[in-house]
Design a binder for this molecule. Sequence first.
Ligand SMILES: NC(=O)c1ccc[n+]([C@@H]2O[C@H](COP(=O)([O-])OP(=O)(O)OC[C@H]3O[C@@H](n4cnc5c(N)ncnc54)[C@H](OP(=O)(O)O)[C@@H]3O)[C@@H](O)[C@H]2O)c1
Length: 282
Amino acid sequence: MVILVTGATGTVGRCVVEQLVSAGAKVRALTRRPDSAAMPPSVEVVAGDLEKPESLTRVFAGVDRMYLLAAGATWQVLSRARQADVRQVVLLSSATAGFDGVGSDGDLGGQFHRRAEREVEGSGLEWTHLRPGMFASNLLDWAEAIRIEAVVKAPYDAARQSPVHELDIAAVATTALLSDGHQGKIYTLTGPEALTKTEQVAAIAGAIRRDIRFEELAPEQWREHVRDAMPPFVADWLLRLWAHTMTTPEPVLPTVQRILGRPPRTLATWAADHAAHFQAAP
Ligand SMILES: NC(=O)c1ccc[n+]([C@@H]2O[C@H](COP(=O)([O-])OP(=O)(O)OC[C@H]3O[C@@H](n4cnc5c(N)ncnc54)[C@H](OP(=O)(O)O)[C@@H]3O)[C@@H](O)[C@H]2O)c1
């Protein structure tokens, strides 16, 4: 039995590959760039593009289950999977799929993920949706400023989020792929603490044993600050999400504990795991 992992070179997908391999599963990894995929030796690496379903003709042969990233032409990808007798799909969706439209600016990215979920639900495959909240790995965006100046400049300090470690998202995905009882389930995944940005900075400062200054910017100042680092629509999307989170903090949910039988990793653990990204060169 082969398990196909899409997004295999991504933050979560790479952990899914490693955890499946550790569990003894036969893994096929999909990537658009097989030459630089750097997968474990036992993994079969296949080239394919989720936005070009015609590139996936041979990808599903012998596949029983798949971890699917919500990218590209999900419906066509799923219909090819079904034709090839794939039985089960675990979808990496987003907590925003559970939000209703927020304010007059509309949706917070949820429509895209909810559409992918509906396509999975209508595909005829057995399914499980993973809806993580904020990835702890988003904080790698702060790494350069912390390394160079030991400062983080961001808006909406008080917008509490519950960063979730990619290893925990992957562990839930792996559990859903390898054990029974997850069919038709929607798992919203969070870390164990809802933290302000000052508290998130403190977790990183603790891991690298260095003071890091937090400077709160007004939303417009921050938009200007990141002008060269991200497209304006992404900055606007983040500002809407954080403004929403000011009044509706991300929850802390027991899902990871329930499925894995242990608490989710803390942000302090994530920061220790990734300390090298934040440490200034000696
Ligand atoms: N960041 C957050 O806080 C957050 C929260 C909830 C949900 N999410 C969702 O998580 C997903 C991203 O997951 P991630 O962080 O693990 O990935 P990532 O690190 O952003 O990497 C993207 C992955 O997607 C693959 N990919 C992108 N477009 C593709 C295409 N057209 N065909 C095939 N593969 C494609 C890339 O593969 P190659 O480049 O090797 O082809 C790569 O493995 C997104 O759907 C995002 O909305 C993120």
